[in-house]
Design a binder for this molecule. Sequence first.
Ligand code: FAD
Length: 575
Amino acid sequence: MTESGWMGRPRSHWVERLRQDVYDVIVIGGGITGAGIAREASLAGLRVAVLEAADFAAGTSSRSTKLIHGGLRYLAQGHVRLVREAGSERAVLRRLAPHLVEPVPFVLPIYRGMQHGKLTMATAIWLYDRLAGVVKKERRQVLSAAKLLQSHPHLSPHGLQGGVLYHEYVTDDARLTLATLQSASEWGAVVLNDCPVRNLLHADGKVCGVVAHDRVSGQPIVVSGRVVVNAAGPWIEDVLALEQGQDPAPAESFQQVAAGQDVSRPHAHRRATRVTHSRGIHLSFDAKRLPLPHALAVQTQDGRLVFLIPKGDICYVGTTDKRYAGDLLHPDVPEQEIAYLLDIVNSLRPDLLLTRADVIGIWSGVRPLVTAGGSEEGKDTKDVSREDEIWVSPAGLITIAGGKLTAYRKMAERVLNTLRNSLGANGDWTRRDELSARLPLFGAKEIPLANIESWWQLEVGQLIERYALSETEARSLLHRYGDRVEAVLSTGVARPVVPNVPLLEAEIAYMVRWEQANHLDDIISRRTELGRFRGLQLRELIEAVSMRMSTLLGWTEEDRQNEVTACLRECHVTK
Ligand SMILES: Cc1cc2nc3c(=O)[nH]c(=O)nc-3n(C[C@H](O)[C@H](O)[C@H](O)COP(=O)(O)OP(=O)(O)OC[C@H]3O[C@@H](n4cnc5c(N)ncnc54)[C@H](O)[C@@H]3O)c2cc1C
């Protein structure tokens, strides 16, 4: 085998499908927004194609704080719809993917002099619980300073006034995106990564398809469709630029491209800016260096919340929020922002004296924040609304921007409502309405939410017994693949690639054949979170995975070296 596959079929099968079929909806961008739209449209019985320039979730959707949350801060900003919607969505997403979306108790300590005092925060969280429809057992509890210090004896006691215990839901953002795309594919969507859209095609002044470039074969792919949706996240302006200021390309360009002629539009003008970019970074630490009994939410001096979230044997901290104008796919990580997060942790836990040398993983992502209409221009990025917005161009290109990982299903619903005007007769809208919030994602159909604790216990026990796995390996398999674990293990050997790292040889084969992993980083940074969390073992892991992928995908030694270099760069490993 020298090509990857998706849902058990080789990549070439999907490329052929893209060339031959005519789609109702072509989605540009395989982040969570594009994935959500693809699932909704597929559930509505529409023929859907998703084209992703790099890898699924390679943009912002693998670089978030991984919270499915209402965002307390948005309440203070008066974004009631966002809070209410996000709150109800976390219950929906828990139902759709209980292995990927889990409730986690958070403690929010309140110190004297903080922007929001104990009463304000307790009231805000009370309101948040009501607005978001939070279930009783997860509602907030107000804690005295003494009570808080009992459970968190190492918190700095100076000026501590108490705290609030409440619940947020934590996910694996990249795998949530992947599971959503896989679900769309189960309902017929054709989904391809490493396939940037380079041109839009027009007929009678309307967008009627795209020209994409298959980076694996080096060949163009012309895909025709009735509606094109621009879900390119931080890159939406680049896609809009393909359309802006151009005479509509004639429908003959289908034939021109098929004949190998270049119909790209290098001089496309940019639109007035609709989004501004803001960078956020995260740091991870060994949980032994940053041991926490609960996740923490900490108010910063500039009125934001920074989260400290334990996850297995690591703990991650984030995020920052700074206006950004650099490389969107590989945003840099300034040392000042690392120092800023370290200072926050150290002021909260002065006993730990964490330094730069304790950081075992770093990731950096870019938020596309909607500034259209000018009302948000000039604001600090932390104050720019996180609401989403949809535009339809005169040629019919639908663009969606802004929003949150948390609200992706509702954002997709809004796009679908826009599509109904043009595709009404084609869709089975009742089926979509019935299934969207109820039908579990790929990998979650056999997971009984009502008995989730027993399910975990039983499955972990069986995996340990049957495959001689460690508990960490068994749990990480269930988190990644849910009810698909047996299918994964039937693909290869249940042996760790590197000792004490939860990644089995069988998983690499599965990710290549079923999940379209074409590059080393697809596995290290997205299909697993190991690149974000593995620190000292990362080089060894990267080497070992690259050797296995070489065999599966027929890489030369030069290919392999290039993959290793690109992966180390993505993981911010410099030494
Ligand atoms: C630091 C940070 C922390 C965050 N934390 C949270 C959080 O905890 N909870 C939450 O709900 N939200 C959070 N968010 C917001 C959330 O991550 C984003 O709203 C969401 O991931 C955006 O997804 P997207 O699909 O719109 O964009 P992306 O994930 O960036 O996807 C866009 C995709 O389009 C592709 N693309 C671009 N151009 C083309 C082209 N020409 N052809 C084909 N494909 C193309 C890109 O490669 C990319 O994969 C956070 C964001 C940041 C930056």
